[in-house]
Design a protein around this ligand. Structure first.
Ligand code: NAD
Ligand code: ZN
Length: 367
């Protein structure tokens, strides 16, 4: 699937078993390596343990050697400290602007490597090899890279597009079910925001996707990425309302993540699932979709085993406290915030007339 950006376009390749064919699949970006120069790879301890051996074997057959930078799993790697260590490592390796660094992992590894490559020698290349469903359908494509700081998540970063994205759905076989469901929330997002037929397909086939049946899984990933690629090509830097559509469920979701301390209590995808329920219900409250449609969106989320009722979170604070988190959103403009709402199942839009006091009242009813 092409991501069509003038002069800097790239391919997203989706194929089972791709990792075993890495030397062929990534050939143009491996040219500078060999003859004593190892290929720089970044992974976390899980993806290194699970998938490095197969890739190293494939590389060795082409006289290539990998050199690894390993991080602990979890958000802590996406920090100033993690960034400093990685960029120091890249500089010590003598990485040049023509080189490509390979990111093997979920969104944490991908975001960290992308940002490190955006600033190392003012920009070197990188190849994304996403290994979580979330990274395969969302974070590996589009060029948003970032680290977290004391002030919040993803507030320091850059747009830096990868040169290639290699998606091997077979690696999802080892992904913990909860991480699989969290990634699936972003898949449902694509259906809800822009493709009613895909949403209906997911209602009928979501269980097959979650069970990692190859054909269903590949279809879900390809459909998601095709939409993301199209939207990114239309609005790379989110300056129009196009790319903002990808934030469906994220404003509510982000507030819930902040309220639960960005902890394992609520994964990003789970927060987005709840956020999409709230966006659908709030759209119904405004009369933009029917109560039946809001219930249908909720049912698809619940059927996937994702949280669909914020009351079940047992939060101790009220709607106003959640709205307070929204005021710190990157997209906040004074006392209002652009909200992603639904005109239909399969059609999101950016509402600019949303009153945060009304959101607080709505949330009080949901809590
Ligand atoms: P993650 O990278 O933390 O991975 C989740 C867990 O799964 C980790 O423990 C990891 O070791 C493990 N894992 C990864 N692949 C595995 C596999 N194949 N088998 C077994 N275990 C595996 O989490 P994530 O959900 O992939 O990414 C979350 C991050 O992505 C957040 O930091 C978020 O901000 C970022 N993100 C970025 C974008 C973007 O556009 N750049 C979009 C969405 C999210
Ligand atoms: Zn998301």
């Amino acid at each position: 699937i092409p991501v069509a950006l003038a002069g800097r376009g790239y391919e997203v390749v989706i194929e089972g078993g791709l990792l075993d064919r890495l030397p062929q699949a990534a050939a143009p970006f491996l040219k500078g390596y060999g003859n004593g120069r190892a290929v720089p790879f970044v992974a976390d301890t899980n993806t290194r343990r699970l998938y490095a051996p197969a890739m190293e074997r494939a590389l060795a057959a082409h006289n290539l050697k990998a050199e690894w930078f390993i991080v602990e799993p979890g958000e802590d790697a996406k920090s100033w400290r993690g960034l400093e260590k990685l960029t120091d490592w890249l500089l010590a390796l003598g990485v040049t602007r023509k080189d490509h660094v390979f990111a093997l992992g979920g969104g944490v590894v991908g975001d960290l490597v992308g940002f490190a490559c955006a600033i190392t020698k003012r920009g070197c290349g990188f190849v994304q090899i996403p290994t979580t469903l979330l990274a395969q359908v969302d974070s590996s494509v589009g060029g948003k890279t970032a680290i977290n700081t004391a002030a919040g998540k993803n507030l320091i970063g850059a747009f830096h597009q990868p040169s290639l994205v290699l998606i091997d759905p077979l690696v999802l076989a080892t992904l913990p079910p909860r991480e699989m469901r969290a990634g699936y929330a972003e898949v449902l997002k694509y259906g809800l925001l822009g493709d009613a037929a895909f949403f209906a397909w997911l209602e009928a086939n979501g269980d097959k996707v979650l069970a990692r049946e190859p054909a269903a899984l590949e279809h879900a990933i390809a459909t998601s990425i095709a939409m993301k690629a199209r939207i990114v090509a239309e609005d790379e830097r989110e300056t129009a309302d196009r790319r903002a559509l990808l934030n469906l469920g994220h404003t509510f979701g982000h507030a819930l993540e902040a309220e639960t301390g960005f902890s394992q209590a609520l994964l990003h995808g789970e927060a987005v699932a709840l956020g999409m329920v709230l966006a659908a219900r709030y759209s119904a409250r405004r009369g933009e979709i029917s109560q039946e449609d809001a219930a249908r969106a909720t049912a698809a989320i619940a059927a996937a085993g994702l949280p669909s009722e914020i009351a079940a979170l047992g939060l101790s604070r009220d709607g106003a406290a959640l709205v307070e988190h929204m005021r710190h959103d990157k997209k906040a403009e004074g006392t209002t915030l652009p909200f992603l709402l639904l005109k239909a199942l399969g059609e999101a839009y950016v509402a600019r007339d949303v009153d945060l006091a009304d959101i607080a009242a709505f949330l009080d009813g949901e809590l």
